[in-house]
Design a protein around this ligand. Structure first.
Ligand code: SF4
Length: 374
């Protein structure tokens, strides 16, 4: 049963559990995990590199989507040295479709640091790990605990929800007060040994039982200990997040053809899809079709130095990026002249459609490449 002698966490915050509660919780969670652990490919390996890759892929992406990418990525870059030696272009190509490409670029940069400064050995010191690109407090804790059984806490979406409910914390878990409380809980709940397996069990319980769609308390090993369930507020914790306001946006992509080749440009480092390639793409501001075509031809020339005659509308694609709901009109265009060779323009290439297969493209560019027979 829930023990009332919890330690004080400050005004208006639920107290952290005491030793008796922790013992009971750990026992119950371990017993549950023995029977319910999923067979995930990154759990089958003992070294930090695959664990690291999986943790980066799992940021913002569901387990089911990560599986095939993880296997393919590890086949292509089986060691940290192999990843460090790779060209960023190839790393992005393997990542293509997973989204949030900054993760791939940072993983690649971090692999180079591990190879150059640490002789290919993943560091064990949490501060050194956190100084690597793309690795925050959660990811460092996950890698160090799972790979080396270091007693490092973790707090991600699943454990945030689980701890909020176990403690009946009604506030915003993303607030600084909420984060302080939940990180304290993540640290307190960890056993002295077996932290890596225990952290995985916590995430599994959050993901499979104490879920974002609603708590399944009747299947939960922590039910007799859970304050939210005992207080009848589990369904209301955490409070619903404000939905982001979406903005509609009209864009156009242009497939410029020149002697059997098409024009692609590299997305700038400080923008969307940094490092990937795309067909020249622009926001459309004009309302009338004739104005729109003129605007696109001018934008194309300004960006690439290419003068082209806009042809047929090939397809209209709908997709979302961050807060934008984008309608993307895809046009064909015939090359007239240019580029004029000015050096400050975005990197661009004329490729045969078949060559696009080797290039990392964003999702709409890949669809468009299929449409033109690549
Ligand atoms: Fe979540 Fe219910 Fe389990 Fe509490 S008892 S941790 S609310 S599933």
């Amino acid at each position: 049963m829930l023990n009332p002698r919890f330690s004080d966490t400050g005004p208006r915050l639920p107290p952290l559990p005491d030793a008796a509660w922790l013992d009971a919780f750990r026992r119950r969670l371990r017993a549950w995990y023995v029977r319910h652990a999923r067979d995930l490919p990154w759990r089958r390996r003992g070294d930090p590199y695959p664990i690291w890759v999986s943790e980066i892929m799992l940021q913002q992406t569901q387990v089911a989507a990560v599986g095939p990418y993880f296997e393919r990525f590890l086949r292509r870059f089986p060691t940290v040295e192999a990843l460090a030696r790779a060209d960023e272009h190839d790393v992005l190509r393997e990542w293509e479709g997973l989204g949030y490409y900054r993760r791939a670029r940072q993983l690649h940069q971090a692999a180079r640091i591990v190879a150059e400064r640490h002789g290919g050995m993943f560091p064990r010191d949490v501060e050194t790990v956190r100084s690597l690109p793309g690795i925050g407090r959660y990811t460092a804790g996950a890698i160090l605990s799972i790979a080396f059984d270091a007693r490092e806490p973790i707090l991600e979406a699943n454990t945030t929800r689980l701890f909020s409910r176990l403690l009946a914390y009604r506030g915003d878990p993303a607030s600084s007060v909420g984060q302080r409380l939940l990180w304290s809980m993540a640290q307190t709940v960890l056993p002295r040994r077996g932290a890596g397996r225990f952290n995985q069990a916590l995430m599994e319980l959050g993901s499979e039982v104490c879920t974002v769609r609603g708590p399944r308390c009747h299947r939960c090993p922590a039910a007799p200990l859970c304050r939210a369930r005992l207080e009848g507020v589990a369904e209301r914790i955490p409070p619903p997040k404000k939905r982001p306001a979406f903005e509609d946006r009209h864009e156009a992509a242009i497939v410029v053809r020149r002697r059997g080749r098409v024009l692609v440009v590299r997305c700038p480092d400080d923008g969307r899809w940094a490092g990937l390639w795309d067909f020249p793409r622009f926001e459309v501001r004009s309302e009338r079709p004739a104005d729109c075509r003129r605007e696109l031809a001018e934008s194309l020339e300004a960006r690439t130095g290419v003068v082209a005659e806009l042809g047929a509308l090939l397809e209209t694609l709908k997709h979302g990026v961050t807060r934008f709901r984008i309608t993307l009109d895809c046009y064909e265009a015939r090359h007239v002249c240019g580029p004029d060779g000015k050096a400050d323009r975005a990197p661009m290439r004329w490729l045969r459609p078949a060559e696009l297969e080797a290039y990392p493209l964003n999702t709409t560019a890949r669809k468009l490449s299929r449409l033109i027979g690549a």
